[in-house]
Design a protein around this ligand. Structure first.
Ligand SMILES: [Zn+2]
Length: 71
């Protein structure tokens, strides 16, 4: 149960806090290797991780959709 709570605290909207070194990471830092570029922490590719990686993409799609179909 503790592990789940901690994991949720890693990902926070557009940024993630590395559990290994405490650096703030972006989806771009993790999308290629799922590793922290600072300390090489290996992130688990689970649902939370996937959500974090695709979040900016989804936002882009939504933005594009609004631009294409205003109102
Ligand atoms: Zn790290």
């Amino acid at each position: 149960m503790n592990e789940k709570t901690e994991k949720r605290n890693i990902f926070n909207g557009d940024s993630a806090i590395c559990p290994g070194c405490g650096e703030t990471l972006t989806p771009a830092d993790l999308e290629s290797f799922a590793r922290c570029p600072y300390c090489d922490y290996q992130f688990e590719r689970d649902a939370l991780f996937d959500d974090f990686i695709v979040a900016p993409l989804v936002k882009g799609w939504v933005r594009n959709a609004h631009r294409q179909f205003p109102g």
